[in-house]
Design a protein around this ligand. Structure first.
Ligand SMILES: Cc1cc2nc3c(=O)[nH]c(=O)nc-3n(C[C@H](O)[C@H](O)[C@H](O)COP(=O)(O)OP(=O)(O)OC[C@H]3O[C@@H](n4cnc5c(N)ncnc54)[C@H](O)[C@@H]3O)c2cc1C
Length: 487
């Protein structure tokens, strides 16, 4: 039997016939969900994974991603849980045929819930294969592998990957947007360590992209990668380091000003081997610095002493450990103990240095913050990631001493949504004016007046041309999207 065409599909929708999800009240989103059931069955027969449809037992769980809340949530018409890399090809073909908006999901940690959509979700999270080649110091992994899982596999061979600081973020998701982690001072951004990617393009073709086969596209994948297709697997460089000194040093919140100022001084002189994140909460976790030092023990001990001397410490959990153990530690933005909350929100801003004004704003905002709020200063930019020229990859924001600020919060009552966002947006309103409207793709939480030049800086024109060549209809747009300058 021939596949129904889009015209036939639209006719079926208009007639309300042969549709899955029958019995739904026909709302604006339900129309998108009315796919011909025969076409859905044919798709199921062609993929090795599972389809999840509205009304299925796992639908509510399967549609959700990390930053899910009443403003970001979506109701997918169909979720393709890929069981094989080629399932992504079938999913792209299907989405094209039925004109469905596509979301690509690996780890589901996008700040704007880009891993969900009202159309078709290509969910790669079950593709978990990770293969280490110890002789070549390379990892080959499928898209669903989390950062923590890759670190654990590499650690078994005494090797380390360059990935983000959250174990549950997918290794490929963080890399396609640039990628900043504990080891970026030593080895650059995650994307600087990418060697190749297997890509399913907007016209459902598979390409093996590397510096030789497609140098332009390979350049674009490293920072704007979600724009060009579905990366189903990839290869990245691994490194050798010894054990690391890592963990958390906690202080009383009343010492926040002294600790923030001291943190700034320590980071201004930080060696490449050192990275630290400062977290500030009004809750039981208080104020704490999470650190990782991957160099000589005497230098690590000296840096730890400097941190300990910033103010009286209230708790310390710092130890020498394999890097993989630190890499599997939960991110600071995760809510603390207690029952899981339904909704999460986040705002981020990129600033060129830690100023006294930033310190004042963070301390003032803390006074009115709900107990679940976690503010942070992450990825102090220094070392190798800043030595790589901004034009070397599509990821441009590599200024020394710049820093990423964030505030994350959690709630369960939908009635609280506006109030929680109003508080978060006030935090952003105060910190954003001096950001020069630069945005980091992996942390995008708002749009600027000019649009995507904020994300890609001096690389924007080259990326526009690449996007026009490889995805002229912007089929892949649930991402830090390349688009013409506004205004
Ligand atoms: C708790 C937490 C900690 C974080 N820590 C860091 C950090 O230390 N360093 C850092 O740089 N960033 C960090 N991030 C940001 C994170 O790197 C980005 O949000 C990243 O895009 C998430 O990837 P994902 O696959 O987990 O998420 P998803 O929501 O699945 O995807 C995010 C975006 O990438 C696209 N995408 C995902 N997989 C693919 C694929 N296989 N092919 C094509 N496009 C794809 C999606 O379409 C979407 O646009 C953190 C985020 C969270 C929530």
């Amino acid at each position: 039997m021939m596949n129904p065409t889009r015209r036939e599909f639209l006719r079926d929708v208009a007639a309300g016939s042969a549709a899955v999800g029958a019995g739904w009240a026909l709302g604006p989103r339900a129309a998108a969900a009315m796919l011909p059931s025969a076409a859905v069955s044919r798709l199921q027969a062609r993929v090795q994974g599972q389809l999840v449809l509205p009304g299925d037992a796992h639908y509510d769980q399967s549609k959700r991603v990390f930053y899910w809340n009443p403003k970001t949530q979506r109701q997918p018409a169909i979720i393709v849980q890929c069981g094989h890399e080629d399932d992504a090809i079938r999913a792209v073909e299907f989405a094209r045929e039925y004109a469905l908006e596509v979301a690509v999901r690996s780890g589901g940690h996008s700040h704007l819930a880009w891993g969900s959509s009202d159309g078709l979700v290509i969910d790669l999270s079950r593709l978990k294969q990770v293969v280490i080649d110890p002789a070549r110091k390379i990892v080959r992994a499928q898209a669903g592998a989390f950062g923590g899982e890759v670190a654990r596999a590499a650690g078994e061979y005494g090797l380390v990957p360059v990935l983000g600081q959250c174990p549950g973020v997918s290794a490929i998701g963080v890399t396609l947007g640039g990628g900043l982690g504990w080891l970026s001072g030593l080895f650059g951004a995650c994307c600087d360590n990418l060697l190749s990617a297997r890509l399913v393009t907007a016209d459902a073709k598979t390409l093996d992209v590397n510096a030789q086969s497609a140098p332009d596209l390979f350049w674009g994948l490293r920072g704007a990668g979600a724009n060009f297709g579905v990366t189903t697997s990839f290869e990245a460089r691994l490194h050798v380091i010894g054990s690391v000194l890592g963990g958390d040093v906690h202080f009383a919140v009343r010492d926040a000003r002294a600790v923030l100022r001291g943190f700034r001084e320590i980071m201004q002189a930080a060696p490449d081997e050192f990275q630290a994140t400062l977290n500030l909460t009004p809750g039981e976790r208080g104020l704490f610095i999470s650190l990782c030092h991957s160099g000589a023990e005497n230098e690590a001990d000296s840096l730890l002493k400097q941190i300990q001397s910033l103010a009286p410490t209230v708790r310390e959990v710092v130890q020498r450990q394999p890097f993989a153990k630190l890499a599997e530690k939960a991110a600071a933005t995760n809510p603390g103990k207690g029952p899981a909350l339904a909704f999460r929100g986040i705002h981020t801003v990129y600033r060129d240095r830690i100023t006294d004004e930033i310190i004042d704003i963070l301390i003032d905002q803390l006074a009115t913050a709900a107990p679940d709020v976690v503010m942070g200063l992450s990825h102090y930019m220094h070392g190798e990631v800043c030595r790589v020229p901004s034009e070397a990859t599509a990821f441009p924001h590599r200024q020394e001493h710049s820093v990423h600020l964030r505030v994350a919060y959690n709630w369960s009552d939908p009635e609280e949504t506006e109030r929680r966002f109003a508080w978060g947006e006030e935090w952003l309103r105060q910190l954003r004016p001096k950001s020069d409207e630069r945005l980091y793709a992996n942390y995008q939480t708002y749009e600027t007046e000019v649009g995507s030049p904020s994300l890609f800086g001096s690389n924007h024109a080259r990326l526009l041309a690449l996007k026009a060549k490889h995805d002229p209809t912007n089929f892949f747009h649930r991402n830090a999207n390349i688009a013409a300058r506004r205004g």
